[in-house]
Each structure stands twice: as C-alpha cells, then as structure tokens.
Design a protein. Structure first.
Length: 398
C-alpha cells in the first residue's frame, strides 16, 4: 500500500509539473478556426454598413475610405492568424509526438532518480514508528539519560571519598573539575580547578576551564581574574578555543567590537578548533552584528581606546579602580545631560555589572527606560543587549 501510494503521488506530481508539455488538441484548433471565421464575417458586415452610410451621405467619401482601409487591415490580420494556425496544425502531430516522448522520459527519469537517491542515502528498510512508539522511545531515552546522570553522580561521590582521604591527589581534582562544571556545581568546579592548578601546575585547559567557571559565576561577565587566566592560557597555547572565545567576549564587554569580531571570525573559520566552540563563535558573531555600533557617533568618545586600556593596565589595583570609577562616573553624568545616547547607556549598564553595583545598575536601567519611553525599538535593543550579558531587564522594570 505504501509503495502504491508513493507511485500514485509521483505520477500525479510529474503530470502536473509537466502539463505544459502537452499541446492543445485538434478540437482546440478547430475552435480557433471558427472564431477567426466569425471575426471575418463581422468585419464584412461592417464593410456593408459602411457602404450604405456612404450612399446615404452620412459619412464623407474620405472618411469612408479611411474606415474601409482599417477594416481591411483587420481582415488581413485575421487571415494571417488562420494561416499560422493551419501551419501549426500541420506540424501538430510531430510536435505532440516529441512532447509525449519528453513527458514519458520525465515520468520515468524523475521517479527513477528520486528512488536511486533515496535508496542510497535514505532508510527504505526502516520500520514505521507510530506516535505511541515514538513516545515510548523518548521515555526510554530520558530514562537512559537519567540513569547515566545517576551513574555519573555515583562516580563523583566515589571520587570525593577518595579525595577526602587523599586531598593532594592533583589528578583526581583535575578529573573532577570539568565534571562538577558539567553538573552545574560551579562552586566545587572552581575549587577543583584551583586545587588541580596548585598541585599539578598550569595548563591551557585548566586555566581556560577555571576562567570559564569564573565567568559563569559572574553571570557571563569576563572579570579581571578570568581575563588574566585566558591570557595565560593563550600564551601557552594560542589555539585554545575556549580561551579564544572568552577573549572575544571580554573585548565586547569593554567596547572593543572590532577586536572581538576578528577573534570570533578566526575561531569560527578554524578547521582545527573544537566544533562546539566554532559554532558558539559563529552565533556570537551574528549577535555582534546586531548589537555592536557600526561607527562612533561624532562628538562622543569611544568606550575605551587602546591607549586608555594600556594606561589602566600599568596602574596598581587601587589606582586602576579609581580611574575606572572616574570614567564610569563621567559617563553617568554625560548621560544625564544627553539621555538619547543608546550606546552610552549600554556602556554604563555593562560597567555597573562589571563593578558589581546593583543599585547603580537599577538606577541606570530605570533612567534608560525613561529616556527611551517613546522609542520601543530602542527599548527592545536594550533588552537584547542586557540579555546578552545574562541580565533580565524586566526584573528591574516592573
């Protein structure tokens, strides 16, 4: 029944698709000839009426001659079409024969090609899966995943028992660190990574792994410590995909969009990089195209230029903090005077998150909403930007 249904649908699809190949029949040709003859009879009747009007003096001889010429032209045009129709009728059988051969070829070739491709890359022997069977298979897969997770937790529990007795087993901490992170226990993952680095030394995987944990703990913000870890990982292995990705994310969060674009473009196109990180880099590039400013607005300073960043890096921690606070305060004051600067609000919101200033962040979000209350497109842009930083602005705008 299945194959008969497939055959019937295929034939119907081919006939519909190749219907233009079938020329009109002889009956249609005869119908057109009758139409032409009717047109000629009408034109001849018009000539007779024209002669009668000329004899009555209702129309001048010059006008009558002009009308006669026009009617004669129309009669000649109809006769030309009749002759062309006769020629097509003479060629009709041969033409229809050629089209029939082409239609027959299509009827055989198209399904045949589809069958060959399907048997080559499809699964013709695969058993049917009714809804009940698919639901049951899904339940089995969920149960298997739950069992695997339970087994993983059992293994983690055994490893923890071992590490309680042997706390200096760096190999054990090194194995547990990514497992903790996979299970969503970022606190223990951080502890495990730090112990593994302390006992076994730094490797690109451990440095970038700890950096990723710190970024997760900070709600998606590349903190100063995390940035330092990624830099050290890249010094040891410039090809480390995780460190490269978060290096680009850190560049975005300080307004260096061009640098982030270059990093993520190279990572997404690197055939030797892990496929998962390449995919994440590609997705981030797409989001960056929607959120990054295309050019600096005249009269407004950039987020942080290379010279400023270099100067900040040369300061000690206290001086660096004071300088950053001063820059953020200056930006805040400027936005009070120029509240229509959407990119400025984005930089201020990012800075408040990085500096861990929740009250100042709430104030900035409320002022930004007030500034763009009559511009829904700008508010949607702010929502998307905040979402990229792991922030739900609706919690602040209620």
């Amino acid at each position: 029944m299945f194959w008969l249904t497939v055959l019937a649908l295929t034939v119907a699809a081919v006939l519909i698709g190749f219907r233009p190949l079938f020329a009109p029949g002889r009956g249609a040709t005869l119908d057109r000839a009758e139409d032409h003859e009717h047109d000629i009879a009408v034109y001849r009747h018009q000539l007779e009426e024209l002669d009668a009007e000329r004899e009555r003096g209702a129309i001048s001889p010059a006008e009558a001659q002009q009308a006669r010429n026009e009617i004669a032209r129309r009669i000649l045009a109809v006769e030309d079409r009749m002759q062309a129709g006769d020629t097509d009728a003479d060629r009709g059988p041969a033409r229809r024969s050629g089209r029939a051969v082409l239609a027959l070829f299509a009827l055989v070739f198209v399904p045949g090609l589809a069958f060959i491709v399907y048997t080559g890359i499809g699964s013709p022997g695969y058993e049917a899966q009714p809804l009940a069977m698919r639901v049951e298979a899904l339940r089995d897969a969920q149960a298997a995943a739950s069992d695997a997770r339970t087994q993983l937790r059992d293994l983690v529990a055994r490893a923890e028992d071992h590490l309680r007795e042997n706390p200096d087993d760096g190999r054990g901490w090194d194995v547990l660190a990514p497992v903790y992170f996979r299970l969503g226990d970022v606190g223990r993952a951080e502890t495990a990574y730090r112990n593994a680095i302390r006992l076994m030394g730094e490797t690109p995987a451990r440095l970038s792994g700890l950096g990723e944990v710190l970024v997760t703990t900070a709600g998606g913000i590349v903190t100063e410590e995390a940035s330092s870890l990624f830099d050290r990982a890249l010094e040891a292995d410039p090809a480390d995909p995780r460190a490269r990705f978060f290096d680009g994310l850190g560049a975005v969060q300080i307004g260096r969009y061009a640098q982030a674009e270059q990093i993520w473009t190279e990572l997404a196109a690197d055939p030797d990089a892990n496929q998962a990180w390449r995919a994440v880099a590609g997705q981030s590039l797409a989001r960056l195209a929607d959120t990054a400013p295309q050019a600096e607005t005249p009269g407004r300073p950039p987020a942080l230029d290379d010279e400023t960043i270099e100067q900040v890096g040369e300061l000690d921690e206290g001086e660096r903090g004071a300088m950053i606070e001063g820059m953020v305060a200056s930006l805040d004051e400027r936005l009070r005077a120029e509240p229509d600067d959407l990119e400025g609000w984005k930089r201020l919101i990012r800075a408040r998150i990085v500096l861990d200033q929740p009250e100042a962040l709430r104030d900035a979000l409320e002022r930004a909403r007030a500034a763009f209350e009559d511009r829904p497109d700008a508010l949607d842009d702010l929502r998307a930007f905040a979402s990229g930083l792991g922030l739900d602005v609706e919690d602040y705008w209620r």
